[in-house]
Design a protein around this ligand. Structure first.
Ligand SMILES: Cc1ncc(COP(=O)(O)O)c(C=O)c1O
Length: 463
């Protein structure tokens, strides 16, 4: 709140500013004299690397791309890597007739957030840093990172971690199979049946089939097995994705057996209301959808049972000897920033939620007048993180083609210049297709433009 701005108020304000100015000047002089008198260089070995990083970050790519330290060099300088449908040396050229790409779940909607937090999220380390296989904790994990993951869950209120074990994976992708392995019964006469409810994330099936072994096999959708006897439930491993990819719904187990893997990749306030902390026996999370750093390949699982934890740890040890220590350092820094900024103006969940809620609202509005297309129904819901009822903000739009002749919805969109992910990938049928809402703003703007054009054609046809 601002105070009264009378004559006296203005004088006090000026005095405060002068006080601030002289305090800051005094501190600067003190710090510089300390460095000078103690003969310490301000920065030593990190100076050249910091300068290089800043130089590359400052390369102008018209807001439609960015240059990276390890980008392809032209004349010794990294080139701009442009967003889809943009080209040219500085990405200023919009390619005509380029299809809007809404296919992948690449979480680049969070890139602007980290561009605003470039300083606080930067990590500097030299060539000798942590070269060993070992790190601070057993099983190749950083204890500081583990501690911060627990702090984050507690601060967000999306999972119970007290008294639970935590393991790390190279992306949650690596943990999916580690946990199927860990939950599979040993020495059983028949392999465990791995199932999920349609529409489901395709990797569960793909991984289980690729790694198919003596202990487990893919057995399709849960609805086929609902009448299975309670005693046979011991032999099922059910994947439950909540919120679900592709339709954003909060889900529960269908079979209710003892072995359930809850994939909570999207159980963060960007994407869903948080009704209560998740408290299941086996829960998976990923930094890819939390901070948006899919590149770092970092996920973790929160596990109640020690035997399951030991088996999953054994799998990780044999498979990769833990997650890259460089990645663990980077993720630690990112979590520290998220914790420090939480609930304030620089909060990642506030930024993430507002960005996707706006995209969802615009897309829903564009489709609301259509008779040809419909979207999944999601309602506003109370969120314990925001402490209020909030609008939906799903990571994906799950689009259905309603007309009898539009049997292949993805093909219908493709003809209109939109790349989507067909429903058959999620075992839901080709009348459905998925549109990603978490890619760059350029991707979303083009998607919206194309969708609006497609719906407006219906209006013209109906005249
Ligand atoms: C439901 C779900 N689980 C797991 C993953 C894998 O994420 P990552 O391996 O990047 O951690 C994804 C990625 O899109 C996902 O949608």
């Amino acid at each position: 709140m601002e105070g009264p701005k009378g004559k006296g108020g203005g004088h006090v304000h000026r005095l405060k500013l002068l006080h601030l100015f002289f305090s800051s000047l005094f501190l600067n002089v003190l710090f510089s004299s300390y460095l000078f008198l103690s003969h310490r260089p301000y920065l030593d070995w990190s100076r050249a690397a910091a300068a290089e990083a800043e130089l590359v970050a400052a390369i102008f790519c018209s807001g439609h791309g960015r240059a990276y330290l390890d980008g392809i060099l032209v004349d010794g300088v990294p080139t701009c890597e442009c967003n889809t449908c943009y080209a040219g040396a500085n990405c200023s050229q919009l390619l005509p007739d380029c299809p809007a790409d809404a296919d992948s779940g690449d979480p680049l909607f969070l890139e602007p957030y980290w561009q605003h937090h470039a300083g606080s999220s930067a990590v500097v380390f030299s060539g000798w840093h942590r070269m060993s296989y070992r790190t601070t904790g057993d099983n190749f994990i950083s204890l500081e990172l583990e501690k911060h993951i627990r702090l984050l869950h507690e601060a967000v209120g999306n999972a119970v971690t007290d008294g639970r074990f935590i393991i790390f994976g190279s992306g949650s992708t690596q943990l999916l199979n580690a946990l199927v392995y860990a939950l599979s019964p040993e020495n059983a006469s028949t392999p465990a049946s791995v199932v999920a409810s349609a529409p489901y994330y395709a990797l569960y099936k793909m991984q289980t089939e690729v790694f198919d072994g003596r202990e487990y096999e893919w057995k399709g959708i849960t609805s086929k097995w609902v009448n299975t006897s309670v005693s046979s439930m011991e032999n099922f491993i059910e994947f439950v994705t909540s919120p679900n990819n592709p339709d954003g719904r909060l889900r529960q187990s269908v079979l209710g057996g003892p072995f359930i893997i809850y994939d909570h990749a999207y159980y963060w306030p960007h994407y869903t209301a948080i009704p209560a902390p998740a408290d299941e026996d086996v829960m998976i999370f990923t930094d890819s959808k939390l901070s948006g750093h899919a590149s770092s390949r970092f996920g973790w699982a929160v596990i109640k049972d020690e035997r399951v934890y030991q088996k999953a740890t054994e799998y990780m040890g044999v498979n990769t000897m833990g997650v890259s220590r460089d990645t663990q350092l980077r993720v630690l820094k990112l979590i520290k920033v998220m914790l420090a900024e939480m609930r304030g103006e620089g909060g990642i969940f506030e930024f993430g939620y507002e960005t996707i809620a706006e995209r969802w609202s615009k897309l829903s509005k564009a489709i609301s007048s259509s008779h040809r297309f419909s979207l999944q129904q999601l309602s506003p819901q109370y969120c314990t993180y925001f402490k209020k009822i909030r609008d939906p903000s799903p990571a994906y739009a799950w689009l259905k083609c309603e007309m009898e002749e539009d049997v292949d919805c993805s093909a219908v969109l493709s003809e209109a210049g939109i790349i989507s992910r067909t429903g058959t990938v999620f075992e839901a049928g080709s009348r459905y297709t998925r549109l990603s809402l978490i890619k760059t703003q350029d991707d979303f703007d083009l998607l919206l433009q194309r969708m609006e054009a497609l719906v407006s054609k219906e209006d013209i046809a109906s005249f």
